[in-house]
Design a protein around this ligand. Structure first.
Ligand code: P1T
Length: 379
């Protein structure tokens, strides 16, 4: 089945009791049993809920995986992966990643004795050098947040396999429309469903998709035991959002290209970070492993002045200054003070994240209006 057909149909069956074509919002905490243990597959909504089941199956299908698991937030889904680890275990992670993930790793799980090494995964020798016999997980985002670096998924999968450790990919920026990490050898794919999958800035949610049955069983145990599961209303909203994922992503990619080209040609703009540009250092890897380049773009201004960056950040009219991304409406953000403020400044600068970096989530508006908005803000 092709992607668009799956986005509309996968995981969703007509409701068995009424035939309702849309999965109902099963707004219930519990399910009546005829006798102890005699039930219809549902006992308690932390463990299972039919609206969540439909969404989990849909997400698994879109990522070409066997098992989907939904969590209350993207962070809760990464938290569940970390709970696969024990004190003394080590993780090799990309050094450009969402600030909240960095915070979870360093401020929570380091306290439980897990060691994290953050390396530039653009050069895979850095990954090899960081591996030890205790490395149990390689973790990456690609494209990374906020510098839009592209990491070679198949090459990392080969390293993970050689060392016998798990390999997880945060696929939030690409969405399954643009890239399927499991097909390239990853063991775990993670999404902040909050972003492109939900697509309408009205839900916070996370998800994992895996192929391995034993890994899925362990993660389902963690999901139920820790209990950070989403409610049925949110699952319904994401099921609705998924039905247009392919159409939305096509437009995000088209608008992304228009804005990236516009910024590249603007005399006041210095660097433009977008994997679709032939000048992007990982453009060849992006072309190989992605089906398009998405709508996330970061850039800096010539002169690198904080005042100039602040002026742009507060002058746009269509691009709203806000955290998050992946919704129908365009957003802009300032990673150093917003999404990545929990990473120490020296570390941000060392990894190439300038104080003046501006990040765009290019939405689905008419590209001409978005260009005009940037033109007046940069002017
Ligand atoms: O916000 P939440 O659904 O918990 O997802 C966390 C998360 C995980 N991974 C990536 C790549 C992310 O971008 C995020 C959340 N990011 C933002 C809120 C942001 O504006 O970058």
């Amino acid at each position: 089945m092709k992607f668009g057909t799956k986005a509309i149909h996968a995981g969703v069956e007509p409701d068995p009791t009424t035939g309702a074509i849309m999965t109902p919002i099963y707004q219930t905490s519990t399910y009546v049993q005829a006798a102890p243990g005699d039930h219809k597959g549902y006992e308690y909504s932390r463990t299972h809920n039919p609206t969540r089941t439909a969404l989990q199956n849909a997400l698994a299908a879109l990522e070409n995986g066997r098992h989907g698991l939904c969590f209350a937030t993207g962070m809760a889904s990464i938290d569940a992966i970390c709970k696969l680890l024990k004190p003394g275990d080590e993780v090799v992670s990309t050094n450009d990643l969402y600030g909240g993930t960095y915070r979870l790793f360093t401020k929570i799980f380091e306290g439980y004795g897990v060691k994290f090494r953050f390396v530039d995964m653009g050069d895979l020798r850095n990954v090899e050098e960081a591996m030890t016999p205790n490395t149990k997980l390689i973790w990456t985002e690609t494209p990374t947040n906020p510098l839009l670096r592209i990491v070679d998924i198949a090459a990392l999968a080969a390293i993970a396999k050689k060392h016998g450790c798990l390999f997880g990919v945060d696929n939030t920026f690409a969405s399954p429309y643009l890239q399927n990490p499991l097909d390239l050898g990853a063991d775990l794919v993670m999404h902040s469903v909050t972003k492109y999958l939900g697509g309408h800035s009205d839900v916070v949610m996370g998800a994992l998709v895996v192929n391995d049955d034993a890994l899925a069983e362990r993660l389902a145990f963690i999901q139920n035991s820790s209990g950070a599961t989403p409610g049925p209303m949110d699952c319904f909203l994401v099921l609705r959002g998924l039905k247009t994922l392919h159409l939305r992503m096509q437009r995000h990619c088209e608008n992304g290209r228009v804005i990236a080209d516009y910024l590249t040609s603007h005399p006041k703009v210095d660097k433009v970070y977008w994997p679709g540009l032939p000048t992007h250092p990982n453009h060849e890897v992006a072309k190989r492993q992605m089906r398009g380049f998405g709508g996330m773009i970061s850039f800096t201004l010539k002169g690198d002045s904080m005042d100039d960056a602040k002026r742009v950040l507060s002058s746009t009219k269509l691009f709203s200054l806000a955290e998050s991304l992946g919704g129908v409406e365009s957003l802009l953000g300032h990673p150093a003070s917003m999404t990545h403020a929990s990473i120490p400044r020296e570390e941000r600068l060392r990894n190439g994240l300038a104080d003046t970096l501006i990040r765009l989530s290019v939405g689905l508006e008419d590209a001409e209006d978005l260009v005009e908005d940037l033109r007046q803000a940069l002017g």
